[in-house]
Design a protein around this ligand. Structure first.
Ligand code: ADP
Length: 450
């Protein structure tokens, strides 16, 4: 491998450019017309405009991306997260063109993208899944019958879903019928597939996920688990590692089962096995994310591993040393700082960035694409920066994160910084024992705590 095309934008594009550079590889950026002033365009060795601002015509434009790879003679493509990263067809086209797709094989992407099939594979591997329908249900009478069998409350999910879209909690038959039509439409519009399935709704679980890594020779490793329960509308806002609210025994079991699951998928590259853990620490697989995730840095900070570098090395035929990964130190927290307006129900906020100061110092990492004067456009996701703070203990890390957040001082767009400060001060968060209902309860309730 000599040259990597990065089929993405924003902080992850910069992260990949840096990792590639450390490995002595050249980099190619692609960008939309709205992104010509972005840092990834400037920092890559070459850059190609691949279309207008609309993602469908640029970052999701398969022929244009492959064309840029051909013209630049790139021999590998890193898809980052979102956009083309979990698209089996894209991986297949890369394979057909002799381009090294930095991720799992198109077959694995196909399996992992089908949530119903994934649950079947996991069940056969002997790991529990959330009880639910074992196939997509289209007939309304069958859906009603299945719902009775599973018992309400239930959660309707898109078979090929992601990002919380098309997902809906239903408490009775009326809600199910109403939800089915609208969720299925939403899924059809977002994923091109309207197939839906039902799962039992767990009332108060934690979202805990394990980061696995696997090479092409069947060696598997993990860098431990992450706690990602601080979510709004099923979207993560704060992540931490190691997961604070579970016993040592559950932690070990989750890690072992994640490897078992990766093996069952014949997985290669970086991947994340997501679980829900209930109040009695029973845990259930929900999905396998077949790509690098936004929150990967917290695992890097507690292990000292550069996951993106290792992902590239493995894609280039490198062998994984599983022992390298089983080495944990301290604690790490990530806050996703988004350009959103808390006063207007977290609507994305656009504008020209003005920076007063940005945090730094010992154990403070800021993965961001912003600079003074850059425009935040409304066309892409609202992530401005990931503040990743590490410390010896969880308590130290929380304190340090608060002071680092205070130094994130920008204007020009609204951000969710104040929300982060509020959440980190909550007793419930500080106890380490919080669930996926924590943030929504906080926003619905009276708010601040000292
Ligand atoms: P997506 O792929 O759309 O992100 P996931 O299946 O990964 O969907 O679930 C996202 C989030 O939705 C989870 O982290 C959790 O907060 C919530 N969730 C998913 N399944 C259930 C369930 N069965 N019961 C309760 N909450 C759930």
């Amino acid at each position: 491998m000599d040259k990597i095309l990065i089929a993405n934008r924003g902080e992850i594009a910069l992260r990949i450019i840096e990792a590639a550079r450390e490995l002595g590889l050249s980099t190619v950026a692609i960008y939309s017309e709205a992104d010509k002033n972005q840092l990834h365009v400037e920092l890559a060795d070459e850059a190609y405009c691949i279309g207008p601002r609309e993602a469908e015509e640029s970052y999701l434009n398969l022929p244009a991306i492959i064309g840029a790879a051909d013209i630049s003679n790139a021999d590998a493509i890193h898809p980052g997260y979102g956009f083309m990263s979990e698209n089996p067809h894209f991986a297949e086209v890369c394979e057909g063109h002799g381009i090294n797709f930095i991720g799992p094989s198109s077959e694995t992407l196909q399996l992992a993208g089908n949530k119903i099939k994934s649950k079947e594979i996991v069940k056969s591997a002997g790991v529990q899944v959330v009880p639910g329908t074992e196939e997509a249900v289209e007939n309304k009478d069958r859906l009603k019958a299945k719902a009775e069998e599973l018992r309400y409350p239930l959660i309707l999910k898109a078979a090929y879903g992601g990002g919380g879209r098309g997902m809906r909690i239903v408490k009775d038959e009326d809600e199910l019928m109403e939800g089915f039509t609208s969720s299925s439409k939403e899924a059809q519009a977002s994923f091109g597939e309207g197939a839906m399935y039902l799962e039992r709704y767990l009332p108060n679980p934690k979202h805990v996920e394990v980061q696995v890594i696997a090479d092409e020779d069947g060696n598997y490793g993990h860098v431990g688990e992450r706690e990602c329960s601080t979510q709004r509308r099923h979207q993560k806002i704060i992540e931490e590692a190691p997961a604070p609210g579970i016993s040592g025994e559950t932690r070990e079991q989750l890690r072992e089962d994640a490897i078992k699951i990766a093996r069952a998928f014949n997985y290669t590259s970086l991947g994340t096995v997501e679980f829900l853990v209930d109040e009695d620490e029973n845990y259930y697989f929900i999905e396998l994310n077949a790509r690098i995730q936004v929150e990967h840095p917290v695992s890097e900070e507690i292990t000292g591993v550069n996951l993106v570098k290792d992902q590239i090395k493995i894609a280039d035929g490198g062998e994984l040393d599983p022992d390298k990964y089983n080495n944990f130190q301290g604690h790490a927290i990530e806050c996703r700082i988004n350009a959103e307006d808390p006063e207007r129900d977290f609507l994305p906020s656009a504008g020209d960035i003005k920076i007063r100061q940005l945090p730094g110092g010992n154990g403070v990492r800021l993965d961001t694409w912003i600079y003074n004067g850059i425009t935040v456009s409304p066309y892409y996701d609202s992530l401005l920066a990931k503040l990743i703070v590490s410390g010896d203990t969880r308590y130290d890390t929380i304190t340090k994160t608060i002071s680092a957040l205070r130094r994130f001082e920008i204007s020009g767009v609204k951000t969710n910084k104040a929300l982060h400060l509020d959440l980190l001060r909550q007793k419930e968060f500080r106890s380490g024992n919080y669930s996926i209902t924590f943030l929504e309860r906080f926003l619905g309730g009276s708010g601040r705590e000292a």
